[in-house]
Design a protein around this ligand. Sequence first.
Ligand code: ADP
Ligand code: MG
Length: 378
Amino acid sequence: MAHQQPEQYVSDFDTVEAAVEDPERIVLEMDGVTKDYGQEVAVEDLSLSVKDGELLTLLGPSGCGKTTTLRLLAGLERPTDGSISIAGETVTGEGGDAFRQPDQRDVGIVFQDYALFPHLSVAENVAFGLTDHDEAGTEQRVDELLDLVDLTDHHDKMPSNLSGGQQQRVALARSLAPEPDVLLLDEPFSNLDVRLRVEMREEVRKILKRAGVTAISVTHDQEEALSISDRVAIMNDGTVEQVGDPATVFQNPESRFVASFLGQASFLSGRVTEDGVETALGTFPLERLNGSVEAYDGATVGVLVRPDDLRATPTNESTADGYVVHRQYNGPSFVYRVELHSGDVVHCMHNHVETFDAGEPVEVDLVADHQLAWYPAE
Ligand code: ADP
Ligand code: MG
């Protein structure tokens, strides 16, 4: 029997996008924003701009200032310094001038725990923020939103009778109802189990794109950030270290911190010479490295290698580059930690059937076919 071609091949990012009037228009701008709590500077000199219909994710470790940034945008905190504008209007001016209270900003928030009203039905929850519609208008808007989040059949249900994923979609519909200029989502998937989390990522992105809303999401989960966002801003200690589209920040992290936060990262020490960068795994031609490494002639650098960039092959002691010191089983794959004779420690990813033992002498080869990021010695 002949295979049937699927009619349409749909990738994660081929979602139906609402017409955004001007995708270049800046909808949200933070300029030099600082929030000093006294003992703690939660956000420091943070500048960021987000375009119409864009989904930007703030990614960083716990305590780096993500939630504070959202609270500043929503008007729940006043910055110590800096200004914020939303849809072309200043909501916090320099020196705290022109501060607009949360209800004076067109900002929607999806809370971590969804914060649905337990005594109101799905439709009543969604209708809650629709104060400037008459009855017929409200009904029509609620129907549109329930259709958007695919909950039309759950119109009259109570939140307690919904699954976690459905509750999240009600929360989304409720915050999208008044057509906010910006939607803020704080760790939106943290209350869902792992399997549902992956499913809802796709679903939430689809809904936001269909709605055409400008959104800022916050997470400490790099996979989530890379998979749902148009752009990712990596935060460290109250500041943004790098902003870019997911592939760019993953391939070209501008600092060791960003490289380490976006996935398992090892740094292979190398010496830059005219002939290439000499490392424990051989000399890499200069063009294998990002940017202008030539300028560092004679210097020592750290070359970023991720587990999928390297392969280990068991060999005898005399030709080995190092030894397997640890084996991590991840289900579909093993990640082997290899200590090289040079003292560098690297990680190599292998298929789940390629079993090597700790202590095994291995040769390590670079199999990456992309340019490698590197950093000046620390
Ligand atoms: P994240 O959301 O990235 O985990 P937060 O924005 O919640 O980080 O917090 C950033 C830093 O600011 C933390 O060190 C936290 O302890 C501190 N912080 C947050 N809110 C307050 C507050 N109301 N008073 C004092 N310190 C705070
Ligand atoms: Mg937080």
